[in-house]
Design a binder for this molecule. Structure first.
Ligand code: AQP
Length: 333
């Protein structure tokens, strides 16, 4: 059966970008029933930039609650945090010897996150894509649903798998397919239509947090940057209107419609009329999730139990794949 793997960093609160670009699709793929689904809170990735230890624990548990509240069922999917499955880090070390410096040097996420002061970035931040490749390939995952921002890392995962197979003369790691589809593969900042919505943006007005209440959601959408024109009735009318496109895409993703279908309904309307419609839709979809998250967060022991159980199930897959990898590489056991 084809196998899906994907992960989210517990590096802060969840945003609408994480929900529409990742969590909602994770639940959809689980429910379609065509895949075995494995979802991970990638805490080892999170510490590639500084995380306060107590905050990291809290964020990991809150993220777990976010997965479940978004519809990921820990019985149907394997749900766990990365550090409880040591084979991720062990395979990442092997992949650090397969990946080339030049490949990693080209990764735009490293350039963005390291900023100007590259000398001061952690080695882990640079090697992030090797660990991501290990996350995926330690399950021989065939499909990875991610937002458009992760496309380059997925390509690197394919390159690592291909080079490993080639160097050792085996056909062991699959060449994974990215699954980047739907209207909201890149949710943009509400303040700047050219930047992705991000949990680390200094402006809270730029994003909708999964824990925002109805007033906050409506207020942020009302103040979202837009241009003065009415909405077009066709998608090509969104060219060069990134803010308008973003709001239409968000609406489409929530309503399970295409942007074409949305514009057929709302074309000709002013933003002053469209924004309250969007706010109402967003609140109706997000508020059940945020109240379920706070309910789940009240029982920390239960969350920890779910993560431990998920990790045990994950290791049933990862242990034999790591053992086989060590055999291929020539490690005496
Ligand atoms: N704006 C977005 N639109 C669509 N998808 C998004 N994802 C993140 N932002 C958007 C998807 O969410 C998943 C988890 O991402 P991550 O935890 O690795 O974090 P990130 O991509 O680094 O997200 P942030 O919010 O931008 O975090 P910071 O600010 O810490 O860098 C991925 O599938 C990603 O595609």
């Amino acid at each position: 059966q084809p196998r899906v793997f994907s992960g989210i960093q517990p590096s802060g609160g969840l945003t609408l970008g994480n929900y529409l670009g990742a969590l909602k699709r994770f639940a959809d793929m689980q429910n379609e029933g065509n895949f075995e689904t494995i979802y991970c809170m990638v805490d080892l990735h999170a510490i590639t930039v500084w995380q306060d230890p107590e905050t990291l624990k809290r964020n990991t548990r809150e993220l777990c609650a976010g997965f479940i509240a978004s519809g990921v069922d820990p019985e149907k999917s394997i749900l766990f945090n990365q550090s409880q499955v040591p084979e991720h880090a062990q395979l990442a070390w092997i992949f650090n010897t397969v990946a080339r410096m030049g490949w990693l040097n080209r990764m735009t996420q490293f350039k963005d996150k390291a900023g100007k002061n590259r000398e001061n970035a952690s080695v882990g931040l640079f090697a992030y894509p090797s660990l991501m490749a290990a996350d995926i390939l330690i399950y021989h995952a065939t499909h990875v649903p991610v937002g458009d921002d992760q496309k380059q890392h997925l390509e690197l995962t394919r390159d690592i798998a291909a080079k490993f197979n080639h160097d050792y003369g085996v056909d062991f790691f699959p060449i994974t397919e990215p699954v980047i589809e739907g209207a909201a593969t890149r949710v943009m900042s509400l303040r700047d239509g050219s930047k992705k919505m991000s949990k680390s943006d200094p402006s809270d007005m730029s994003r909708i947090n999964m824990t925002d209440d109805a007033d906050a959601i409506a207020g942020k959408l009302r103040k979202a940057r837009t241009d003065p024109d009415a909405l077009p009735s066709e998608v090509k009318g969104l060219d060069d209107r990134p803010e308008a496109r973003n709001l239409i895409n968000i609406y489409a993703a929530f309503a399970d419609m295409t942007p074409e279908q949305v514009l057929a309904d709302v074309g000709g309307k002013q933003f002053s009329e469209f924004k309250p419609m969007l706010a109402e839709l967003a609140v109706s979809k997000l508020s059940p999730i945020s109240s379920e998250m706070s309910r789940l967060m009240q029982d920390q022991d239960e969350i920890d139990k779910i993560l431990r159980r998920g990790a045990e199930r994950a290791r049933e897959i990862t242990e034999p794949i790591l053992a086989k990898t060590y055999d291929i590489v020539g490690m005496v056991r």
